[in-house]
Ligand binder design. Sequence first.
Ligand SMILES: Nc1cc(-c2ccc3ccn(Cc4ccccn4)c3c2)[nH]n1
Length: 256
Amino acid sequence: MRIDIITIFPDYFGPLELSLIGKARASGILDVRLHDLRSWTHDRHNTVDDTPYGGGPGMVMKPEPWGEALDAVTADPPGGAGQAGAAPAVPRLILPTPSGVPFTQAHADRLAAEPWLVFACGRYEGIDSRVARDAAQRMPVEELSIGDYVLAGGESATLVMVETVSRLLPGVLGNRDSVDQDSFATGEMQHLVEGPVYTKPAVWRGHEVPPVLLSGNHGAVDRWRRDESLRKTARNRPDLLERMPAERLDRHDREV
Ligand SMILES: Nc1cc(-c2ccc3ccn(Cc4ccccn4)c3c2)[nH]n1
């Protein structure tokens, strides 16, 4: 997968050099390219913002630098200009914004199947709305929110989405099972949050690991883990339980 990130703070993405994503980039699974929006300004001060039409607080990001940046970044498709007559890849443009569609694991699953994503990180009060409208004439555009709170810009949201998507790519996580057992995945654990996890020592500061986990009885361990997930979901995320199809909860589950 190729990921392009356009931002006025490229250094914000240092973490993408680390850990799983850093390894995926080094191994070629992931091709992440950072672009400084100011490279597409032409004035002495590298201006990227201006006052909002209609008045109001703060500043808005000017459309011209964004238009030129998106033209330049999307003019260099992965795999060249189209092998043997194939159409060149078209990127999906992701615009983080507090007013976007809530980003969920389902979005991550879908985006992980895309060959090319471009993230446009806004700042100030956002990007001139004509940028998304103009881009939509040439590529799919999605405005996504990572939560109901307002960040200072799109960089943190982009880090979250890049991490969520990248960990789903084959070869990125050493243990693929970990993904399949994600609480928000579509498998057995769907609609349930993770329960408690433990490792050695068996007793730590007087706190014992639940004996069932040391029993070697895999059936009992699986049942205990599901019960604990049900309890934690009921406590922290009753909204998820309401979404769970009734047939997915057996009589035992209802008594937990
Ligand atoms: N889930 C999210 C996403 C964001 C986000 C994403 C991009 C930008 C670009 C600017 N701002 C700040 C800002 C302030 C006031 C109104 C609008 N936006 C952003 C915030 N916040 N929360």
